[in-house]
Design a protein around this ligand. Structure first.
Ligand SMILES: Cc1ncc(COP(=O)(O)O)c(C=O)c1O
Length: 424
């Protein structure tokens, strides 16, 4: 059984005091801290094999290429995607935002006729529909809203229930014969709600629509199997899964990646380039990886993926539940309203809350003065805040290194907030 009690010691950053208190980090939804093994992997890459990949005949370039492709394989295993020559289904991106923009741009390019016959399945125009939800992070909402504006397609969305969960039960009416793309989140970054993806995928595929899943908040916390989810594309970030910043991944079904036109252009993605006709692009994933790759970051993200798999994603999920149960006690404090579900059903340890009469920035500052880090603001998800009748909120979010004691420290701190600011 995994020893989660001792795991914090693997994270050097957590061994410090903030404002005279031991640091309690409850902001992993924004970015996760890095275990020493990931930090070491990135610096070891620079110390020993740093070189560009897939180019150059020298030994360092060969070694860095092997390390880069090994990392891709590890990341693929984490989500059960295909890997290996001719089978790769993982594209390296700069993060979830970059991956989502890549897709929206590529669909836009297909809509303008790029990519030929094979790319027609991605083409959108007036009369077509793109479906998102009101729970989306802006990176999903805006990428696909802009795609709708560019192509003349109509943007539609799933509504949310009282806890801010996507109303998957309305899939049959929201997704119509005109729907071409459905882009939704697997886990809400405000509520921690796990979307019931199956009815959405079933309906989307029945009408021939593609499903893009934002798995940013699920990959670090629960087992994610893109094949079992049966989605067509999925995007996430390295930095939220204990890996480095500046890197992320896009999963695409192999046959779709083979048909999708590229979204950015430059070196390392082209077989043949001429002056007087379009280039002949490489097969995926290289076709989508123009320019010099963040090799050190990808290698370290591969180590992070392996580290998580060694812990066991099911074990991670169980451990974080012990912290989430304590966090939900925030809802018992007078004047505190939880925005997501108050129970453990279909949720992870992302717990947003409002403190009546106290602005989230004041809450965050008071909590910070006790050495506890949470996120305050709209968390790049304004529509869901409007759904709750708010502009901003406070958000605690768990990581593997949190203990129930961390959650208790937050509950204790929040219970002092209204007394401190309002004398209540
Ligand atoms: C659900 C969700 N989607 C997308 C993103 C965007 O991730 P990044 O900023 O790493 O590109 C985030 C980050 O907060 C997120 O929580």
């Amino acid at each position: 059984m995994t020893d989660f009690a001792g795991i914090k010691a693997q994270f050097p950053i957590l061994d410090q005091e903030i404002h005279g208190h031991p640091l309690v980090y409850l902001d992993s939804g924004a970015t996760a801290q890095k275990p020493q093994t990931v930090i070491d992997a990135e610096s070891a890459f620079y110390e020993t094999i740093n070189a560009g990949v897939h180019r150059g005949a020298h030994e360092l370039a060969a070694r860095s290429t092997v390390a880069f492709e090994d990392a891709r394989a590890k990341v693929a295993k984490l989500v059960n995607a295909g890997f290996g020559e001719g089978k790769d289904e993982i594209v390296v991106t700069a993060g979830a935002t970059a991956g989502l923009n890549l897709l929206a741009t590529a669909f836009g390019n297909a809509s303008q006729g790029r990519g030929g016959e094979a790319a027609k399945r991605f083409a959108l125009g007036p009369g077509d529909e793109i479906v998102v939800s009101k729970a989306e992070h802006h990176s999903v909402l805006l990428s696909f809203q802009e795609l709708a504006y560019r192509t003349g397609a109509t943007l539609k969305w799933f509504d949310l229930d009282e806890y801010g969960s996507i109303r998957s039960d309305t899939a049959d009416s929201v997704i119509t014969e005109r729907t071409k793309v459905v882009a939704i989140t697997h886990i809400g970054n405000v509520t921690g709600a796990i979307t019931d993806v199956a009815p959405i995928v079933t309906r989307a595929h029945a009408v021939g629509a593609l499903v893009v899943l934002d798995i940013c908040q699920s990959v670090p916390h629960i087992p994610v199997d893109v094949k079992a989810l049966d989605v067509d594309f999925a995007c996430w970030s390295g930095h939220k899964m204990y890996g480095p910043t500046g890197v992320g991944f896009l999963y695409g079904r192999r046959e779709l990646l083979e048909a999708l036109p590229p979204a950015s252009f430059g070196g390392s993605m082209v077989e043949l380039a001429w002056m007087d006709r379009p280039a002949q692009y490489m097969d995926p994933p290289a076709r989508f990886e123009a320019g010099t790759q963040p090799v050190a970051q990808v290698v370290a993200a591969g180590v992070a993926a392996e580290w998580m798999m060694n812990l066991g994603m099911a074990n991670i999920a169980e451990h974080e539940k012990t912290v989430t149960r304590e966090l939900l006690k925030l809802g018992d404090i007078e004047g505190v309203r939880l925005l997501g579900r108050p129970d453990m059903e279909n949720r992870i340890g992302t717990v947003a809350f409002d403190v009546e009469g106290v602005h989230p920035h004041d809450v965050g500052q008071f909590i910070d003065s006790l050495g506890i880090a949470i996120r305050v603001g709209h968390h790049c998800a304004q529509p869901i805040h409007r759904h709750f009748g708010l502009y901003a909120s406070n958000r605690a979010s768990t990581g593997v290194y949190n203990s129930p004691d961390d959650a208790r420290a937050l509950v204790d701190a929040v219970s002092q907030v209204r007394g401190y600011f309002l004398g209540k």
